[in-house]
Design a protein around this ligand. Sequence first.
Ligand code: ADP
Ligand code: MG
Length: 287
Amino acid sequence: MDQALNIRSYAQVDDQLANSGTRVMAVSSGKGGVGKTNSVVNLAIGFTRMGKKVLLLDADLGLGNLDVLLGLAPRYNISHLLSGERSINEVLVEGPEGIMILPASSGVHELTDLGTEERIALASHLETLGDAFDIMMIDTGAGISSNVLFFNMSAQEIVVVVTPEPTSITDAYALMKVMFQRHGERRFRLLVNSVRTRKEGIEVFRKISLAAERFLGVSVEFLGSVLQDDNVNRSVIRQKAVMELYPQTKASQCYQEIAREICELPVQSGLKGGMQFFWRQFLNRTI
Ligand SMILES: Nc1ncnc2c1ncn2[C@@H]1O[C@H](COP(=O)(O)OP(=O)(O)O)[C@@H](O)[C@H]1O
Ligand SMILES: [Mg+2]
């Protein structure tokens, strides 16, 4: 990509997003299979039920499954956007309750490690959406790959999903440690998923936050827990969100409470504009 496009992207981003109020939240985990994608989808429904417009970015780029979880069969995905074959409006698909989704592609190897050019291309496509959304959630995928770290560091708020399993706890800690040591990230929010009791959720939070504060000097805020609930598994099999299929089940109540909690919490960044902050980071960072 030539220098001129580079400079134009920067200028456009600054101009058009100067007053953006979109809240940008990355949802991540150390270990896979802990409930990130379910959390993203169900929190998104929780937000829409509070009147928010929500955009989901499936940033698990090589293994995307937001669309699968929702039973959607998108014609296009992020790879068509990055190759220039399709526009952002052609690639976005509508999910339940008006949520908009930018699907990832499955098994597209190159996307597992986005280069600077692709980051700029993605940023400039997304910036055309401007203020259309109140909240953008990014399902980053698990682990500490370059993409995962990059999307986390580009967002204003980082939500780490963890379960009570010891391996999930140690991997969540490792993720926070890497983000702190390599990128100076000091603030994380924790969602404890698949707990048997709320007390168990609080214990997991205590364990992680004590270690993070003591050994890293990093602060961890508790967003809440989601109870283990067979209706989540049933919904996954039926390719619908549990909030849609079983709005009254215990997991759905937990997701709605956490969505409310997030809306009540101040945006973590000191910067005023979410999208603006996101794109600045997006364009400037090379991880
Ligand atoms: N609260 C829950 N109760 C019961 N099962 C859950 C819960 N959350 C997630 N699961 C199960 O865990 C599996 C993995 O969830 P998923 O959201 O795909 O994880 P990730 O995105 O972290 O890989 C789901 O298929 C579902 O069966
Ligand atoms: Mg997932």
